[in-house]
Design a protein around this ligand. Structure first.
Ligand code: SF4
Length: 166
């Protein structure tokens, strides 16, 4: 995969359990792919300079954390170059640490933890109000400003609200 092909969607070769982050932002590694790939850089000095420069660019990137996670989960696709602010050697060390902490299937462990977090966030407790609900709240407020509702009216409105959102 060439640097200019940084995936927006997971490709068939990538580990789909940790997808490459989606973003509308312009990624510096796409606009200056050669710099990030460290291709054709003559000499150690030029290489070190490019690494410093690209790492600063990555630090300012809105998807740096997810990019690094993706790069770590896809060693075959990120053999060379700077990804998520790391060099190939740094990624090798990070992968070893992940394996030490979570075992050889650390990608599975991380993706499962993320799935649980997503499920928790999407649970009814965190769900935004449904369409009829804000309308009914607004209506209830408007009515109560005109005259305070009786207990019977409150119960009726609550019942209507419950019936409408189920
Ligand atoms: S963190 Fe760096 S390599 Fe990753 S998408 Fe952003 S600019 Fe590209």
């Amino acid at each position: 995969m060439s640097r200019s092909d940084v995936p927006v969607f997971p490709s068939i070769f990538a580990d789909v359990r940790i997808p490459f982050p989606r973003t509308e932002e312009t990624l510096r590694c796409r606009t200056e792919p050669k710099l990030f790939a460290l291709e054709g850089l003559a000499g150690q000095g030029a290489r070190q300079h490019a690494i410093r420069k690209t790492r600063l660019m990555c630090a300012a990137c809105p998807v740096v954390r997810s990019c690094l996670k993706w790069a770590l989960a896809n060693p075959e696709l990120t053999v060379a170059g700077v990804w998520g602010g790391t060099t190939p050697a740094q990624r090798r060390v990070l992968r070893e640490r992940l394996i030490d902490h979570m075992g050889p299937d650390w990608v599975g462990v991380v993706s499962e933890a993320e799935r649980k977090r997503r499920d928790h966030t999407a649970s009814p407790r965190h769900k935004p109000l449904t369409a009829p609900e804000p309308y009914l709240v607004q209506l209830e407020r408007a009515l109560s400003e005109q005259h305070p509702p009786t207990m019977q009216e409150c119960n009726r409105m609550r019942l209507v609200a419950v019936l409408n959102i189920q």
